[in-house]
Design a protein around this ligand. Sequence first.
Ligand code: NAG
Ligand code: NAG
Ligand code: NAG
Ligand code: NAG
Ligand code: NAG
Ligand code: NAG
Length: 570
Amino acid sequence: MSTVAMNWIYLLLIVFISVVDSRLGSFNAGVNGGGDCATCTIVLGLVDHLTIVYNDTAAHALERLCTFLPGEFKTYCKAAVDFLGPLIIDGFIKGDNPDVICHALKFCHDDAGQGKCRIYPSKSSLSVPQRALNLLQRHPRINLFLTKSKICEIPGIKEICRIIENVFNNHLPMLDLDQDHFGTETTLRGSSWRGKDCNDLSSQIHPGAHTIQSDSMIDHNCNGIFGMNSATGRPWEDEFCNETQRMGIAVLGDSLSAHFHIPEQWLDASQFSPEAFEHLGFILENELDWPQLSASTGHVNVSWPNIIGPTRSLYARLFDLDHCNHRDYQNIAVNGARSSSMTNIMKTLSRHQKNDVPLLVIYSLVGNDVCNGHPDTIDHMTTVEQMHKNVITTLTYLDTVLPSGSHVVTTGLGNGSMLYDLLHDRLHPFGRIGPPITYPQMYDYLSCLQISPCNGWLTSNYTLRALTTDRAVELSAAVRNATFSYESKHFDVDYLDFPFDQAIQEWEAQGGQPWQLIESIDGFHINQYGHAIVSDILWAWFQKEKPHWLPTLNPHNADIERVFKDQGGY
Ligand SMILES: *[C@@H]1O[C@H](CO)[C@@H](O)[C@H](O)[C@H]1NC(C)=O
Ligand SMILES: *[C@@H]1O[C@H](CO)[C@@H](O)[C@H](O)[C@H]1NC(C)=O
Ligand SMILES: *[C@@H]1O[C@H](CO)[C@@H](O)[C@H](O)[C@H]1NC(C)=O
Ligand SMILES: *[C@@H]1O[C@H](CO)[C@@H](O)[C@H](O)[C@H]1NC(C)=O
Ligand SMILES: *[C@@H]1O[C@H](CO)[C@@H](O)[C@H](O)[C@H]1NC(C)=O
Ligand SMILES: *[C@@H]1O[C@H](CO)[C@@H](O)[C@H](O)[C@H]1NC(C)=O
């Protein structure tokens, strides 16, 4: 791994240790401690689970926790345990639960008028803040430190926090010397997200570029095919690639398109292992997203224990049809994106109307226009008028960057009512050890802290779920209407309902249970199997409804494999 990546791991670590996960993307600041409180409570809950799994003391469990972490994370974990360990162990010995200990550590508090957020039932006659105060008073050194300030406000660390926020807010490759929005690193919006740049010193050279002089010397489009066939005296690009039409793919989307996924092993102490945490740095640098395995831009299979299920994607199929499209993908999806923020995010798409080849664009915002963590959640939903306007704004912008011959398909929102129906009587992975915790209990805890990804759908209130779905249906109609109202100059359009129920039918036909398609930790996104099936459905839809959008089969694919092997990989 390069030094740049190592430095970033170091920086990310500080953020991780200071438990400011809200900066990783999708969370609101929340109340009563918000994301900091939830993270602290869950981490200490896991320590408690370790004492159960290994029949061991809290002191040993804390030590054990650090041993699962890779490299520098281990060092920092140990430093944190050395410092905070005495208070945490003391708390567990006296029978305090993680709610109490995290109050003592000041990650959680009971803000005036915001209710009391607890994940564990209390057996004590004293209140959580009272017990927390007692605990803290026995540890004056820690108390002194904690009263200072939030970690991201300490001079020195403040600057580091700001740099990290920048990367996660700009959605562009961190390392990109020629500023063409394609990078050479994998993470930090690099080749996991956008095809790898094969020359980071020239902005003319990037995936999706037109060939120049048939790429007889230089691989301008980074598809790994360049040079001359000495036997015939013709450029390889002409021999292998000029009977078929190039077509790249991009998705403008949210956490679903980015493929948000928190490995289940991280929240289930019985599944802790060094292997489960081995790729922690990589995963954080990708914002907990897995675009490289997603339904739209997936291009690899990984054998890490964090992922179960195969990668099937639209990009992989475009590549299978025509290997000349190698590396021409862009995943412009951001956790928490909604139609209004997309009007900025879209500008990070990289396409030149004249110098690049046509693009198939998927515009898919499936939830955040109706999903938020506010108690008055309905008031914070996008209105039909706003949705219509935002979609038109994005299509108008696309018309200024997409080459002629491009295609745009928009999708509607998902039907999130199904999530509750599928999961409400199941145990959350975090609640499999220790006190049982169901999905609705987890939802209530997150909405109390006002960090739920979706108060409208992740709730036991049937009326609210139905109202949220009603709005989603109206907004989908607005997307559809805007798509067909807009008169585009450089692309043709179509609209498609988000095929969540088809995915479920398809999965059941293959013998599966519907809940198996949902991410177990967040209960909100589709998982790896879900991505593969959604890509099957979308591809079948293209083949049936838009066969003329798809490239033809390149008869030279086998020749390309023979001469250029893996075309430089990903
Ligand atoms: C757990 O550890 C305690 C003390 O070391 C021991 O007495 C007890 O038998 C152990 N329980 C199990 C289930 O191993
Ligand atoms: C392919 O490239 C050659 C140049 O080597 C050109 O003469 C020919 O017309 C091209 N064929 C197509 C179908 O574009
Ligand atoms: C991943 O593996 C599956 C099953 O072996 C295969 O069908 C699929 O094409 C592979 N995907 C990619 C992107 O290589
Ligand atoms: C959404 O899903 C629920 C079942 O979970 C179903 O009752 C409802 O009819 C669906 N609504 C729409 C608009 O598809
Ligand atoms: C359920 O949600 C609806 C709509 O927001 C609200 O009017 C109602 O009071 C809620 N019911 C409960 C029991 O909270
Ligand atoms: C969009 O909605 C408007 C107003 O309801 C309607 O007049 C128009 O025909 C719709 N356009 C399309 C393409 O559906």
